[in-house]
Design a protein around this ligand. Structure first.
Ligand code: BGC
Length: 738
């Protein structure tokens, strides 16, 4: 539709119709026929008339269903304006990729882009127009359940992964077949909740907010992301959804975001329990004044905006501004010409979980596994030696390996380890795979977040254990498949103890007594305390929640068809109580040298001030050597970048891929600078004995920060660059910024 026609449409709409466009409701309210309320969500008391006025719908998908619904709802709309269908497509639609944190571990933005592209193709064919992804929230505290949905603790990595994801979803033009509009969330700093508690207060200085938390959202806006979602949290005592400074001054004016700003689920009405609005009417007033265009799942807007206008508290033009943005998004998606966009049941059936998509999922999975320990154990040699490998633990046969966000997923379509090993042994007769459950997931009753109840059966404990020990004794090697359940991560799943449940640790202890050749695979959506698991295992690998090709990808990596490609996207503490323990913290006046013998220094008296596995760390199946860093000069200035080079050599006897990481340090500043900050990485694949020069450009911009007067600029002085395999590398070189 031309802009002129769109303006005519806006001018012709009644106020009621406009306000309707600003409401988003759940698809659960719409049945297949004319029925409106089909059960569930009883707390949401919208009338049928209100539901019919809504301008967008969330959490429903399927080509046929959405086509019918679109037709029905358009008939009821005075100007027959089409709906936008939005869904949380997080790590895939039906083809499920590794969870975002695992994708972060891959340090492979191109892979993230490909995964997002496939997710968009499947989602679009299933009738979806917008995905509520990526989550660009910086995650520095592993207790927070939603670290699983983000890309980890580093702002640079987070930005790179987030923008690749946006690119993958949106393509060049969201109207084109197979593309979705992306919605970056949750603006802002939702990952900074106190003590890792979900929905809790965020208190962060404006300087840290701007230097660390905002860059990834901003990068997505520069990438032309179409929507931004507000966050649930209060930011420095003002809830984001009512935060005029954040939404107007920062998001709109500074960051130049001109797309649709949508609230998080019910976040407008939640301004009441936050205690900054007396009632939903005041909540609507605050949110509209903050520039929130769509009220997701609350009735604050639809019930109050009209009277707020009558009372002169809101103006017509504020509403017109929001509705205009919503109409523009519908237009950009091409919905006025084709309200069904790409919805096509045959295409959906053909694409979802097709061979090509599954192959990508398999590749993405091995690319995200992080090998934490390996005492000459992996890869297992299956070439000429007959051997029995026992897979023991609650994840050995589990299909619940896709994270907590995959709505349309049929768990039975996920390849379990058992199924992956069946595929493997069908072509490799040297390996015999044995299986035992070993233990129950937890040693107590546990209510999963999705409402299911896990009931602990004490009578099963001994039976499972003795079966596991027999199996372990019978095997050459044991692969223990342990971890947290996927419902222990994600929204509303913060933990005070980032541990493998004790019941499973007992199993590990007992099994390692009867067979010391233990390889432990850890399923999790966050870093866990792994010191003991590491001591009891010859090899230890994080597999996160790998998605629909779990079993095949694990077989690939265990037997060496692929190597584990991931690096820690977050630091792994010895103890949960060290959280947050991100690597790029500020320098202390009393630095800690990592021992307990030092007296009055920053840190603890009962825990060395180190992490078990640092950010960026991960082993490969070969070894790499780094030359010292060489610089092509010793002065850096604006417009005159430096180049830092290392020669990386594969000194092992297997082809392998190294993730070369570049960190910078500003040695003096008018405000305290971080100990170091990631500013570049590159994956390089080398044959045994092969070397390659890897160069990174260092620019003056990389050193800009909010100085003592809050000016964003660099300061002259001594600087350092480090290039190496993780954030602790001491392979550095000095130069001056002039
Ligand atoms: C979550 C969002 C999500 C929304 C819609 C909320 O509870 O915080 O991340 O996009 O629900 O499902």
């Amino acid at each position: 539709m031309t802009t002129e026609k769109l303006k005519e449409l806006l001018n012709d709409m009644s106020l009621d119709e406009k306000i309707g466009q600003m409401l988003q409701v759940s698809g659960l309210f719409y049945g297949d026929d004319d029925a409106l309320t089909t059960g569930g969500l009883d707390y949401f008391k919208a009338t049928d008339e209100e539901k019919l006025r809504a301008g967008s719908i969330l959490s429903i998908s399927g080509a046929e269903k959405l086509k019918k619904l679109q037709t029905r709802l358009m008939e009821k709309q005075p100007h027959h304006i089409p709906q936008i269908f939005m869904l949380d497509i997080i790590n895939g639609y039906e083809t499920i990729f590794p969870v975002p944190l695992a994708q972060g571990a891959s340090f492979n933005p191109d892979m993230a882009e490909k995964c997002a592209q496939v997710a968009a193709k499947e989602g679009a064919a299933a009738g979806i127009h917008v995905t509520f992804s990526p989550m660009a929230d910086l995650c520095r505290d592993g207790r927070w359940g939603r670290v699983m949905e983000g890309y980890g603790e580093d702002s640079y990595l987070n930005s790179k992964m987030s923008i690749s994801t946006v690119r993958g979803y949106q393509g060049k033009d969201i109207k084109e077949k197979g593309n979705l509009a992306a919605c970056v969330k949750h603006f802002a700093a939702y990952g900074g909740g106190e003590a890792g508690r979900d929905y809790d207060t965020v208190e962060v200085s404006e300087r840290t907010l701007r230097e660390s938390f905002l860059p990834a959202y901003k990068a997505c806006i520069d990438e032309n992301v179409k929507l931004v979602m507000t966050s649930f949290n209060t930011l420095n005592q003002v809830p984001s959804t009512a935060n005029k400074w954040l939404m107007k001054d920062v998001l709109r004016d500074e960051m130049k975001f001109d797309g649709v700003l949508i609230s998080d689920y019910g976040a407008v009405k939640e301004l009441v329990p936050h205690g900054i609005a007396r009632d939903e009417k005041e909540a609507a007033l605050l949110a509209v004044n903050a520039g929130v265009d769509i009220d997701m799942m609350s009735l604050a807007y639809i019930r109050n905006i009209k009277s707020l206008i009558k009372e002169g508290k809101l103006s017509q033009s504020q509403i017109d501004d929001s509705v205009w943005k919503i109409l523009c998004l519908k237009n950009e998606l091409g919905l006025f010409e084709n309200p069904y966009k790409d919805a096509d049941q045959e295409e959906q059936n053909r694409l979802c979980l097709c061979k090509e998509h599954r192959e990508l999922a398999r590749e993405a999975a091995s690319d995200s596994f992080v090998l934490l320990k390996n005492e000459d154990t992996l890869p297992l040699d299956s070439s000429n030696k007959k051997q029995k490998i026992a897979f023991i633990g609650p994840f050995a046969k589990s299909h619940e390996v896709f994270g907590s966000w995959s709505f349309p997923t049929d768990p039975s379509k996920m390849t379990s380890i058992e199924e992956g090993m069946k595929n493997f042994t069908s072509v490799n007769s040297n390996v015999e795979a044995l299986f035992a459950e070993g233990c129950q997931l937890f040693g107590h009753d546990f209510k999963l977040k999705d409402g299911r109840r896990f009931t602990y059966d004490p009578a099963k404990k001994e039976v499972l254990l003795s079966e596991a020990l027999e199996t372990a004794k019978n095997a050459d090697k044991v692969v223990l498949c342990l971890g947290e359940h996927q419902q222990m991560t994600g929204e509303a799943a913060s933990r005070t103890q980032m541990t493998i449940p004790e019941e499973q640790m007992e199993l590990l202890r007992k099994v390692s007594e009867v067979n010391p050749n233990v390889i432990t695979l850890v399923f999790a959506g966050r870093p866990l305390e792994l010191e003991e698991a590491s001591k009891l295992s010859k090899a230890l690998m994080m597999v996160w929640f790998p998605g629909c090709e779990t079993g095949n990808a694990i077989a690939d990596v265990l037997f060496g068809a692929k190597e584990p490609g991931g690096r820690c996207p977050m630091s792994f503490p010895y103890r949960t109580s060290q959280e947050p323990c991100h690597y790029n913290r500020f320098r202390s006046g009393r630095p800690n040298n990592g021992t307990l013998e030092q007296g009055f220094v920053m840190g603890y008296i009962d825990q060395i001030d180190r992490t078990l596995y640092p950010f960026g760390y991960g082993l490969t199946y070969t070894n790499f050597e780094y030359s010292p860093v060489s610089l092509n000069g010793n002065e850096l200035s604006e417009g005159k970048p430096l180049s830092a080079t290392v020669t990386v050599k594969n000194s092992g006897n297997r082809k392998g891929t190294e993730t070369v990481q570049m960190y910078i340090q500003d040695i003096y500043g008018s405000t305290v600078r971080p100990v170091r900050t990631l500013k570049g990485f590159e994956k390089v694949t080398l044959e045994p004995g092969e070397s390659k020069n890897i160069s990174f450009e260092i620019t003056e911009e990389m050193f800009r920060f909010y100085d003592i007067n809050m000016n964003f600029k660099s300061e002259e002085g001594a600087c350092r660059v480090y290039i190496g395999p993780d954030c602790l590398t001491e392979n550095g070189a000095d130069f001056n910024l002039i």
